[in-house]
Structure formats: structure tokens, C-alpha cells
Design a protein around this ligand. Structure first.
Ligand code: BT5
Length: 328
């Protein structure tokens, strides 16, 4: 989002229910009314619900709100997750921030959100594109009592929780690509999950569960390397409130995390299978010991992916990158 577009958005947010005229905005930012209108159209294009009324000006509907802890907590049906919360304007990475806070003793459920990350991270040092106001960049501190080997399954559980919350609160059916991607129906990635752990021997000290969801944003708002690869939830005309989505997410995560602690991934396998878009396809998996091509057969109670190779051998994959339809 260009600097000025962000400023216009902020001005509309501050105006609340009031209409702000194109003239007033133009004067404030030293641009013409036509230029204001172009910026408004661009904001509408990424999904911000802005009303434009002749002779009155522009008004942002409630769903375009900025993130505020009090507003999020007011509608939160959790007892632990999100009860302690920090919302930052800018941070390098909410995962990095939450990790440091957890090391300093932050309690279970402590949640960090940022409007913008300057060094959002994915797995294996990959970057996560997190422009201001466009998404939900969130990290939650968990202090589970289960053993270290079960940590990767938590990411799979979280994928189910997040997918369900997105369906409930944003009305979008996303699919799960093993292990940690959520995809729009057309295959573009709309969410990534990164859990990072601090452990001593077999004991988990804490896990930071990081969730990145693109809410607003058009194709051209993504950097070239992500165009056609990444997508957002909001469409012009069907507003999504990030506050409501965060409330839904935390509610789901808390309920599912409880079940997971008692019953393990087994309790989520069916839900995962229903939402998954990985099984039954030819995939390439990039593991630490090289690339394997095969047919994704099933997922087991431990969350491992079973792949049948050309020679008919079944291989169990615990951690890898999955590439769909290799060679096509
Ligand atoms: C992930 O990694 O998908 C995990 C991303 C987790 C991000 C959250 S945001 C809050 C918290 N704080 C953080 O610093 N991180 C977490 P991975 O599977 O490695 O995928 C990374 C790849 O996804 C990149 O190499 C790009 O190809 C692609 N990518 C980057 N930004 C994207 C975006 N905004 N939308 C869709 N795809 C993106």
C-alpha cells in the first residue's frame, strides 16, 4: 500500500461514522480530488469497505477497523488465549517478539499482533510478506505439557482450527496443503503457520504458534514473486472484519488445543482429511535426504504423510516441503 493510501485509510478510520469529503482529504494530503478518488478505488479494490456518496464523501464501514486489544478482547470467548495481548504498529516479527516475551515469562495464551512486520518469517529462514493493515500477523504463546515429538502435529491441528475459523468468520472455504499452508479454492496461498519451540531435553518450555493470513490485497499488491502464488480472503463487496476473524481464530484454537492436549492429533485427523488438498495427488516431497516423487496416500494418527513411490514402496514423511503436480 502506498504511504498516502495508508494515510487516507487512517483518516477515514479516525472519522468513525462520519463522512469525509474528497476535498477535505485532498487538502490534507495536498492532492487533487481525482487523486483521492483513485486511492479510494484502490482501497476498495483490496477489499476495504468504503462507501462513496456523492456530495458527502467517503466513509469506512466498521469491518475496515484497525486492530485494538480492547475491541478484540471484548468479543473473545476464551479463558486463556488472547487474555494477555499486545498489538503493535510495526515489529520485525511477531514470532520473534512473542518468543522473547515467552523467555521472559509471558503466560500461556499471550498473543502478539502487528499491523505490519518488517521481517516476517516463514520456515527455514524464508520471508513472510506482511504489509501494513493487510492481514493478520499473529503469534500465540503456548506452554503445553505434551512431549517434544508431538510439537509438529500441533501445526497440523492449528491448520484445521484456522481453516474452520476462516470458513466461519470470513465465509471462505480454504484447503489445507500438508503441512502448514492454507490455500484458496484456486490454489493460491492465503495463510501460513510457523510454530517455533523452546525445549529442554524431552520437555517443551513453550511453543510460539505464528499465523499469517492475507485478508486484504489484490494481485498487484504482492511482490512479483508472489503474484499468482499468494491470495487474500477479502473481495470487494464482501467485507471481512479482522477483529471478528481474530476472535474466531482464538476461540477455535483454544477449544481445539484443549482437545489436542487430551486426545492428540487422532481427534483432528478426520477434520484434516476433509479439508486437505494434498491426498490423492502426485507430489514431490523435498526432505532433508533429497527429493521423492510419489502419490500422497494418507495421513496417520501422528500427522505423518504416507507417500507411495513409483516402485510401490510406502514412505513415511514427517517433515518436508510438498510440491504439487511436479513436472506438469
Ligand atoms: C509459512 O512458511 O508459510 C509460515 C508463515 C508464518 C507467518 C507468520 S505471520 C505471524 C508470525 N510471525 C512471523 O514472523 N511469522 C509468523 P513457509 O511454508 O516457509 O512459506 C514461506 C513462503 O510463502 C515464502 O517463501 C513465499 O513463497 C510464500 N509467502 C511469503 N509471504 C507470503 C504471503 N503473505 N502470502 C502467501 N505466501 C507468502
Amino acid at each position: 500500500m502506498t504511504e498516502i493510501r495508508g494515510e487516507i485509510l487512517q483518516a477515514l478510520r479516525r472519522a468513525g461514522d462520519r463522512f469525509v469529503s474528497g476535498e477535505e482529504l485532498g487538502q490534507r494530503f495536498g492532492i487533487s480530488r481525482t487523486a483521492v478518488w483513485k486511492h479510494i478505488q484502490a482501497l476498495q479494490g483490496v477489499g476495504y469497505p468504503i462507501e462513496a456518496v456523492r456530495n458527502r464523501g467517503y466513509r469506512l464501514r466498521e469491518e475496515g477497523e484497525e486492530l485494538r486489544p480492547e475491541a478484540i478482547q471484548a468479543g473473545l470467548a476464551t479463558s486463556v488465549l488472547g487474555r494477555h495481548m499486545t498489538v503493535l504498529e510495526t515489529v520485525d516479527s511477531t514470532n520473534r517478539y512473542a518468543f522473547a516475551e515467552a523467555e521472559g515469562g509471558a503466560p500461556e495464551g499471550y498473543t502478539v499482533l502487528a499491523e505490519r512486520q518488517t521481517a516476517g518469517r516463514g520456515r527455514r529462514g524464508r520471508p513472510w510478506f506482511s504489509p501494513p493493515g493487510h492481514g493478520i500477523w499473529m503469534s500465540v504463546v503456548l506452554r503445553p505439557t505434551f512431549p517434544v515429538f508431538r510439537a509438529p502435529q500441533l501445526t497440523l491441528m492449528a491448520a484445521v482450527s484456522v481453516a474452520e475459523a476462516i470458513r466461519e468468520r470470513a465465509g471462505v472455504s480454504v484447503g489445507i496443503k500438508w503441512p502448514n499452508d492454507l490455500l484458496l479454492p484456486d490454489g493460491r496461498k492465503v495463510c501460513g503457520i510457523l510454530s517455533e519451540m523452546s525445549a529442554e531435553a524431552e520437555e517443551i518450555r513453550f511453543i510460539v504458534l505464528g499465523i499469517g493470513i492475507n485478508v486484504f490485497g489484490r494481485e498487484e499488491d504482492f511482490p512479483p514473486e508472489l503474484r499468482g502464488v499468494a491470495g487474500s480472503l477479502a473481495q470487494p463487496g464482501s467485507p471481512i472484519s479482522r477483529t471478528a476473524l481474530i476472535q474466531g481464530l482464538l476461540g477455535r484454537l483454544e477449544a481445539d488445543y484443549r482437545i489436542y492436549q487430551n486426545e492428540g492429533f487422532r481427534a483432528f485427523r478426520e477434520g484434516w482429511e476433509r479439508l486437505n488438498v494434498s491426498l490423492g495427488r502426485t507430489i514431490a516431497v523435498q526432505t532433508q535426504s533429497g527429493q521423492k516423487i510419489g502419490w500422497a496416500r494418507r495421513i496417520d494418527d501422528d500427522g505423518a504423510l504416507w507417500v507411495e513411490t513409483d516402485e510401490g514402496r510406502l514412505e513415511k514423511i514427517i517433515s518436508a516441503e510438498v510440491i504439487f503436480d511436479p513436472g506438469s
